[in-house]
Design a protein around this ligand. Structure first.
Ligand code: ADP
Ligand code: SF4
Length: 587
């Protein structure tokens, strides 16, 4: 069985560990061998040929968990596609763009999705696993993929027929750098005069004159998608196109992305919202392996089978189990009950903010309760929570009893120079076992907040909000940038914390699978964004989902094999039946 050794150079901190602890303590080094040495970059460098399986001293001793030693599955006979360095991450195969199709890619963070995209984009020249060798020529790749869709793709690359346009995951970075109005930004890219049509399709016409620095996350997401498609390309890649979009917008954008595929255009989408992914992808490639160590792309499968195989953690045809547990969705919404002990309650309230008007029905939040909050962007969800917390006073209706609140906003602003450990001081003191450890944050302790990836930062700010001393925690879109497994871990951490501390947790999110898994009941917002919003609830899950889905115009059923929610095809028998019976949400 082959084994690989990888050092995560970002984590390796020789000063922090007291001076190359792994090198000092390595038993093989002490015998005069060079199993682990100081590399040219000043970080530890492992010598795979010398280091042995039996000895895991360095793996266990590194305080930053920077060293990984992993056995590769016997079935893995493929030649590597790329290795970053002698002891770097290895990518074994690529998802292959297919013309006329939307190919969805699923996989945990750090499994090589971005690496694969960079290779497809021609930004990263693959070295076929030998970092000392010269880059692979396109002819080598054509030979390597003979008889597959990838061969067709690389033949087009060779003939310079592939042009690529890419929407990155973290749209905040684009927004931070961009200046001027939305229109000025998009005009620069619009060589073919398509801006008017695309802006209409993505519903950004009303914000074209706005300052790009001042638009919301959901608006920025659609501007970034518009910028991507205004560039003429044969391969479009969208990395998490649904983050920050509300549910209606997710379906619109999914339809829009689907409509781009034709015989000369291939689409790749990385997406962790399973309902949105299922809706837009024709095919799914699963990326699996060991995060930060190696990644493999499966053959494409039809969307439904691909998502189910991903949830099962099992690729039958390759006989590979890539996760020890199945991701299941067995809890029926009917089994979910409201808790008994009331934290706060309110009579109908009204609040006007500028041109926006919010009205609430009466309701209450109970201790230990997890309430999902759903509804369009710009409809008053945050204002409502501020009313609950006493930060805002209602214009009509009695002010509420003040309760303490901890709040994770959607747009994450953090003291960037602080380390994770400094930022999370309070959470570490009180919630190491129930929050910090399951969210896998310890390895990040010594990193500055400014160096974290989107998913890492999200986990840190969730831990921060959950770790505060507060009766009520509001998490605004905690799922953004988290992969599917991480979303489910976050859901479990929230559930456990509510049960053990009595905190009430309100979660604004647009990922229905995540909300379905997490919530005891739902607060639903309706109305016209930026003009008037109406709060209804908390409602039992089924009633809340019915109200939401009626507004969005879709129906959901449970997929037989996995139990996950799936949209019915509009106009299909099930869609019509469910609409007729008023049960838009499966029970
Ligand atoms: P994903 O997109 O699935 O989250 P990535 O392709 O970004 O995964 O990363 C896979 C692994 O490759 C990670 O361990 C990452 O640290 C490593 N990696 C990414 N870019 C580089 C690079 N330029 N040099 C060395 N390692 C890298
Ligand atoms: Fe220190 Fe860990 Fe880096 Fe080794 S790998 S030098 S133990 S931080």
């Amino acid at each position: 069985m082959k084994r690989i050794a990888v050092i995560d150079k970002e984590r390796c901190n020789p000063v922090g560990c007291g001076g190359y602890l792994c090198i000092k303590k390595c038993p093989l080094n002490r015998m005069g061998l060079e199993a682990i040495v100081v590399g040219p970059d000043g970080k530890a460098q492992i010598n795979e040929e010398v280091a042995t399986d039996a000895c895991q001293v360095c793996v266990n001793i590194c305080p930053f968990n920077a060293i990984h030693m992993v056995k590769l599955p016997d079935q893995l006979t493929k030649r590597p596609m790329h290795r970053y360095s002698r002891d770097g991450f290895i990518l074994y195969s690529l998802p292959t763009p297919i013309f006329g199709k939307v190919l969805g890619i699923v996989g945990v963070n750090g499994i090589g999705k971005s690496t694969a995209i960079k290779i497809l984009a021609g930004v990263l020249k693959p070295n076929l696993g030998n970092p000392d060798a010269k880059e692979a020529a396109v002819d080598d790749l054509i030979k390597m993929f003979k008889g597959t869709e990838a061969q067709i793709f690389f033949e087009k690359v060779k003939k310079n027929q592939i042009t690529l346009s890419y929407k990155p995951q973290e749209i905040e970075a684009i927004q931070r750098k961009a200046r001027g109005t939305v229109k000025e930004l998009l005009k620069k890219i619009d060589k073919e005069g398509k801006l008017g049509r695309i802006a209409e399709q993505l519903e950004i016409t009303p914000i074209l004159e706005n300052d790009i620095q001042k638009i919301s996350g959901g608006e920025m997401q659609r501007v970034a998608i518009a910028a991507t498609v205004l560039k003429q390309a044969s391969l479009y890649i969208f990395d998490e196109p649904s983050s920050y979009l509300d549910i209606k917008q997710r379906f619109k954008v999914a339809q829009f992305i689907k409509s781009l595929a034709d015989e000369n255009t291939a689409i790749l989408v990385i997406e962790h919202d399973l309902i949105a992914l299922d809706y837009m992808a024709d095919l799914i490639t699963i990326m699996y392996g060991k995060e930060k160590v190696y990644g493999i792309a499966s053959q494409p499968k039809p969307a439904k089978a691909g998502i189910n195989a991903y949830l099962e953690g099992h690729l039958r045809e390759d006989n590979v189990r890539f996760r020890e547990y199945k991701i299941g969705f067995s809890v029926s919404s009917k089994d979910k009950k409201r808790r008994k002990d009331q934290l706060t309650s309110w009579q109908p309230m009204e609040k006007k903010l500028g041109k926006f008007h919010l009205a609430t029905t009466e309701g209450s939040v109970h201790r230990q309760e997890i309430i999902g909050i759903v509804g369009p962007n710009g409809i008053g969800k945050t204002t409502f929570v501020k009313l609950l917390a006493g930060i805002e006073k209602p214009d009509k209706g009695a002010p509420l009893q003040h309760i303490s609140i901890s709040y994770k906003p959607q747009a994450i602003a953090v003291p960037e120079e602080k380390t994770v450990m400094e930022f999370l001081e309070e959470a570490i003191k009180k919630h190491t076992n129930d929050v910090i450890n399951p969210l896998n944050i310890k390895d990040l302790y010594n990193q500055k907040l400014s160096t974290l990836s989107g998913g890492e930062l999200q986990r840190v700010v969730i831990a921060h909000a959950l770790g505060q001393n507060a009766d009520l925690v509001l998490l605004d879109e905690p799922s953004a940038y988290l992969d599917i497994e991480q979303r489910l871990i976050v859901a479990k951490v929230i559930r456990h914390l509510a049960d053990t501390t009595g905190k009430s947790i309100l979660v604004v999110d647009h990922d229905l699978v995540f909300l379905d898994f997490l919530s005891d009941c739902l607060i639903v917002f309706e109305g016209t964004p930026a003009r008037d919003g109406k709060e209804i609830g908390p409602l039992p899950m089924e009633d809340g989902m019915n109200a939401l889905l009626r507004e969005v115009g879709i129906t959901l059923r449970r997929e037989e094999a996995s139990g996950r929610p799936r949209t019915n095809k509009p106009g299909s028998v099930m869609d019509r039946e469910q609409k007729d019976s008023g049960r838009l949400y499966y029970s």
